[in-house]
Write a protein that binds this ligand. Structure first.
Ligand code: C2O
Ligand code: CU
Length: 496
């Protein structure tokens, strides 16, 4: 009997569910892109319920689990420093089990973090999460976050079914830069799904849920869930009418496992102005942008000079010979450049410097990501040799301190590692200065086999337990998650 045993032949393979072998035909771009509704009040209530969503241009709508009846859920848009309370009501059937909502990229108390097995929202119940949008007494940086389900063992399933939405924090200081705004600022949640011929989601997670696999003699069926269709804001192959001007696109890869290497069909570059965690110090011109699960890019695309043309957002195939790092070729969405733009946007050379942080020379904690062999129990994804256990804290940090951590991939597939609670400086990648697009703040890093990244942050405001994990959600569900605890100085002293 084993838990999350990966047969060698299965390692790093992408288990495509539904329509096996279907060659991707170029889509026809038949539906106009929807932008999720925006909620911007200080007290927001979102009902978690089943709803039908128009995913495909033709045929039946797709039944999903939704935040507020749409997929993606409503985009929460709030000015920095403005306390925000979001109440989630669980109106899913009891069989869905308890839920928990995590604001990815946020800084808030442990109880408001969407703990995987505590503070659950049971069927019929509700829970209010409080997000102060303040860090050490100062308004947080404007950033492009998202919120999603985080229930232990079934995070992959719950996200696949639709429990995902975007969360934007705005800042008047950023608004003064005159980056494209209003209708010229479009959030794009990109995520793959497989559908049946009746346009219904396939179920890559049959049988007992992952919590049973943690203890039972079952092999999980899926370790890298990949869908056959790439959706943007919940729609297959949408188009967006744009003017021949500059657009700010906030791209989130909300897939369970897939990475995408985005490019534009006419060869024009993206000007990357930010990560999901705020502006970069300087804009970076990029021909393609690789985003793995939970990674975000804030880019400006200039459609001037392309009037009456169509530009396609593609993902381009990329294979560097390492398992799990490949991306496929697909046409994701279309921009129809029409009419005239009347805008006064501008991308300045200096955006926003990274925060100054005295980075310690010494690594306080090394987190090693691997597949650990447990003999008769098989092997499973692990961090420092251990699979996730909500009762165990793996590292303690003193509130107010700055630590440098090393994230190290000792396995033979790529992982995308996410740290909760703080926003991090990338100090180095494989011992070298990180590339220009990693010189802002981050919360999720790509780690190829053998790679290591050093990151640093100050732990502010909230003592408590927080998570770190692989954001390939099957890996997370299969144990690649750990906990750190921020402790007050007195408590740290006592536990020494
Ligand atoms: Cu986006 Cu711990 O999650
Ligand atoms: Cu992983």
């Amino acid at each position: 009997s084993f838990y999350c045993s990966l047969h060698p032949s299965m390692r790093g393979t992408l288990l495509v569910t539904g329509e096996p072998g279907a060659a991707p035909k170029p889509p026809r771009f038949e539906q106009a892109l929807r932008v999720p509704p925006v909620l911007s009040g200080s007290n927001i209530t979102i009902d978690i319920r089943k709803a039908s969503v128009k995913v495909m241009p033709h045929g039946p709508w797709t039944r999903m689990w939704t935040y507020g009846g749409t997929y993606p859920g409503p985009t929460i848009k709030r000015p920095t420093g403005a306390a925000t309370r979001v109440t989630f009501v669980n109106d899913l059937p009891t069989s869905a089990g308890g839920l928990t909502v995590h604001q990815h990229g946020g800084h808030h108390s442990s109880a408001d973090d969407g703990q995987p097995s505590r503070y659950l929202i049971r069927a019929g119940a509700r829970r209010t999460y409080t997000y102060p949008l303040v860090d050490a007494g100062r308004p947080e940086r404007a950033s492009f976050r998202f919120y999603h389900d985080h229930r232990m063992g079934v995070t992959a399933r719950n996200n696949w079914r639709g429990l995902q939405g975007m969360f934007l924090v705005t800042d008047p200081r950023e608004d003064r830069l005159r980056l494209p705004h209003g209708a010229y600022d479009v959030p794009l949640l990109v995520a793959d799904r497989s559908l049946t011929t009746r346009n219904q989601l396939t179920d890559p997670f049959p049988g007992p849920d992952m919590r049973d696999w943690m203890t039972g003699p079952h092999a999980p069926p899926n370790d890298a869930t990949v869908g056959t269709k790439i959706l943007v804001n919940g729609q297959f192959a949408p188009y967006l009418r744009v003017k021949p001007g500059r657009y700010r696109l906030r791209i989130l890869n909300a897939s369970l496992s897939s990475a995408y290497d985005f490019a534009l069909s006419d060869g024009r570059p993206f000007v990357q102005v930010g990560t999901g965690s705020g502006l970069l110090p300087h804009p970076v011109v990029r021909q393609d942008i690789l985003l793995g699960p939970a990674q975000r890019a804030d880019v400006v695309v200039d459609f001037r000079g392309r009037r009456d043309q169509n530009v396609i957002l593609d993902t381009v195939p990329r294979s560097d010979g390492v398992a799990g790092t490949g991306t496929r070729s697909a046409a994701v969405m279309q921009f129809r450049v029409r009419g005239h733009a009347h805008q006064r946007s501008h991308v300045p050379d200096r955006l926003r410097p990274a925060p100054r942080l005295p980075v310690p020379g010494k690594v306080a904690m090394t987190w090693t990501f691997d597949l650990t062999d447990h003999g008769d129990h098989g092997s499973f994804w692990s961090i420092n040799g251990k699979k996730f256990d909500p009762q165990r804290v793996d590292h303690r940090v003193t509130l107010g301190s700055i630590e440098r951590w090393r994230l190290r991939n000792a396995s033979d597939v790529t992982h995308y590692i996410h740290l909760h609670e703080e926003q991090w400086l990338t100090v180095s990648r494989d011992g070298r200065r990180p590339p220009p697009w990693e010189r802002g703040l981050e919360d999720t890093w790509r780690l190829d086999p053998g790679e290591y990244v050093d990151v640093a942050a100050r732990f502010t405001d909230y003592p408590g337990v927080f998570m770190l994990h692989c954001h390939m959600l099957d890996h997370e569900d299969h144990g690649m998650m750990a906990q750190f605890e921020v402790v007050t100085p007195t408590r740290a002293y006592r536990s020494d």
